[in-house]
Design a protein around this ligand. Structure first.
Ligand code: ZN
Length: 305
């Protein structure tokens, strides 16, 4: 099973198009599903790409434009029909909670699972943490308050050197502590340095979702060193004025953020329906960003490791 991946369910912009669905993606972290944005059709896309509703426990909304939110009532109603258990926590701005709670109270009154709302500040901040992962919201620059989300794996345990563990006869009960960095003390009191007993851990991986936003050069500083950045590129560079006016970015602007953040990979999405393909976005981004550029498409699953 993939440990950390993102599934693209929708990467079109607001106006309906025959090529793309509205914004929605699902991060799969060690079998737990985290949805980001929930555009119309999210439930059908979950089905189509075999993402199990029972593994979905969190939905993070970037902002309160319809193309990022209107899939919620349908998705939640269907999860109820399917007798989902546990809970779904919806993370959104306080004004969103006010509206959405009325809708879910009405349509999901006797839901099989708990619907929980967690407020997200317009200024961002920590929105989720467990023993392996943190998720932080950060402000973007759009026509309405909007945040992006940064998923960051916590530092992983070191790898135990099996030969050394055997040589020093390290008890199973002490191995977790040694993987966490402790030295080993032999029965006769000799201290064995941890670096002799372990190898470096796998690197912790990070992923940032940035949609919708005007070009924000300061984003690069905030996302410095993030491995993979998804950034909206509603327009190509010849429409930079239109992008700015409407609170969106171009492909070259998205690439500049990824380049200045020293990211390894850039995923472009939130494409305007005015394009028949996104080849121009790809070329413009590649001219600016030296790393890998991926043009998002529905059904794409991207390993983040
Ligand atoms: Zn928007």
């Amino acid at each position: 099973m993939t440990q950390f991946s993102v599934n693209i369910l929708g990467c079109g912009s607001a106006s309906p198009s025959s090529r793309h669905q509205p914004s929605c993606q699902v991060v799969d972290f060690r079998g737990n599903l985290f949805m980001i944005d929930c555009g119309e059709g999210a439930q059908s896309q979950m089905n189509r790409f075999h993402l199990k509703g029972n593994r979905l426990a969190h939905i993070f909304l970037s902002h309160l434009h319809g193309d990022h939110v209107l899939g919620l009532p349908g998705l939640l109603s269907t999860l109820d029909l399917n007798q989902k258990n546990g809970s779904v926590t919806i993370h959104t701005f306080p004004e969103g909670i006010k509206i959405l709670r009325q809708i879910t109270d009405f349509f999901c009154e006797y839901s099989s699972f708990d619907i929980i709302y967690e407020p997200v500040s317009h200024n961002g901040g920590r929105v989720f943490e467990n023993n392996a992962l943190t998720i932080d919201a950060f402000p973007l620059d759009h026509s309405k308050p909007c945040v992006g989300y940064l998923f960051r794996e916590k530092e992983k345990m070191r790898h135990l050197n099996g030969e050394m563990a055997e040589f020093f006869n390290i008890p199973i009960s002490q191995r977790a502590a040694i993987r966490a960095g402790a030295d080993f003390v032999t029965p006769d009191g000799q201290v064995i340095d941890n670096r002799r007993l372990t190898f470096d851990p796998d690197p912790a991986v990070s992923y940032a979702y940035c949609s919708d936003t005007r070009f924000m050069p300061s984003l690069a500083q905030r996302l410095r060193g993030v491995d993979t950045i998804y950034h909206e590129a509603t327009y190509d560079d010849t429409k930079a004025d239109k992008a700015k006016m409407r609170g969106h970015s171009t492909a070259g602007e998205a690439a500049a953020v990824a380049r200045d953040a020293c990211a390894k990979r850039l995923i472009l999405g939130h494409f305007s329906k005015s394009y028949h393909d996104e080849n121009i976005h790809l070329q413009q981004a590649k001219a600016v960003f030296p790393g890998e550029v991926i043009i998002a498409n529905e059904g794409m699953k991207i390993d983040l490791l």
